[in-house]
Design a protein around this ligand. Structure first.
Ligand SMILES: *Cc1c(COP(=O)(O)O)cnc(C)c1O
Length: 326
């Protein structure tokens, strides 16, 4: 790691460090979406990681980078669910203590998954921002080591390994579409891609309800947004008013950002299931929603869409894809 933040060398080092358990995920041709865009669309299946979300990449890289002393102190984090599951998995692999602080909007299935991996989960307040207060307390009072869900160079480097895999699998990529919340995922991917192919277009997609990074880009600085219930629960939460890394990365490297509505997310989940046989959670489907709704400018050419996670309660999922959700 350099003083200036994450480099592509850090991302290459992360790639060597985290496999296994992190796997080079499949890049699957999606004929039903190619038919919509007139180009070639591929799906990057981060739904196939052991924790059913890409966040295992950053979590493994972070915990494998800790010193012996830090490992003894244990790690604490706030999470909308998938980072917590990644940290819980990584902590179990390495035999260290993990405490995950979550807000009340985090779905039950995600909390159960973290507990099943042996992590201690604390439900604190109504938002991720409130959960962060408890993280700070545990760092200050118990000496635990914070493992931020996105604003951490090791986490960003871990997520960036997706960009290296995309370049290996499709060196001719024109566009990469990535779900956007705190920006660790898209920041890492954009770094990896643009270091090799500066001309690749990187597009971030958030849900309309609480698009914290997009609001911050508009304001020219990190701003707070209200955290609202959304099908894309994994994209909830702010970017941190004291954001150090991801705001600059996204501002400097991401070519365009878009938002999608709740209805558009539900339609994309149903489409991925019916036409492409993929179970994807709301946050993981926002890129496909943008393509299906014709929101991506110049959609032709070769496009990869990151399906970032599959952690949805299956009863909720069935209701959404059959159109019976309330
Ligand atoms: C965390 C998460 C994202 C967003 O990642 P950021 O690094 O916060 O932008 C997207 N999809 C899923 C499924 C996630 O869990």
């Amino acid at each position: 790691m350099t003083g200036d933040g994450v480099t592509v060398a850090d991302i290459r080092a992360a790639r060597a460090r985290i496999a296994p358990p992190v796997r080079h995920s499949p890049l699957l041709a999606a004929p039903s979406l190619s038919a919509v865009t007139g180009g070639q669309v591929y799906l990057k299946l981060e739904t196939t990681q052991d924790t059913r979300a890409f966040k295992l990449r950053g979590a493994m890289n972070k915990l494998l980078s800790l010193s012996e002393d830090e490992r003894r102190r244990g790690v604490v984090t706030a999470s909308s669910g998938n980072h917590g599951r990644g940290i819980a998995y990584a902590a179990r692999e390495l035999g260290l203590r993990a405490v995950i602080c979550v807000g009340s909007l985090v779905p039950r299935n995600k909390i159960d998954n973290m507990r099943a991996l042996g992590a201690e989960v604390r439900v604190i307040g109504d938002s991720q921002d409130e959960a962060f207060v408890e993280v700070e307390r545990l760092v200050a009072e118990e000496g635990m080591v914070p493992a931020h869900p996105f604003d951490d160079p090791q986490v960003i480097a871990g997520q960036g390994t997706i960009g290296l895999e995309l370049l290996d699998d499709r060196p001719d990529l024109d566009t990469v579409i990535v779900p956007l919340s705190g920006g660790g995922l898209i920041g890492g991917i954009a770094l990896a891609l643009k270091a090799n192919r500066p001309d690749v277009r990187v597009i971030g997609v958030s849900m309309e309800r609480g698009a914290a990074m997009i609001e911050s880009l508009r304001a020219g600085r990190p701003v707070a947004v209200a955290e609202l219930p959304t099908l894309a629960d994994a994209l909830g939460g702010g970017i941190g008013l004291d954001n150090r890394w991801t705001f600059d990365l996204v501002r400097d490297l991401v070519d365009a950002t878009l938002t999608v509505t709740e209805e558009q997310i539900a339609r994309a989940m149903a489409h991925l299931f019916r036409a492409e046989q993929q179970v994807v959670e709301g946050a993981g489907a926002v890129g496909v929603a943008a393509l299906l709704e014709g929101l991506v400018p110049e959609p032709g050419g070769t496009t990869a869409v990151v399906l970032s996670g599959a952690n949805v309660d299956m009863d909720d999922f069935m209701a959404i894809v059959t159109g019976s959700a309330g």
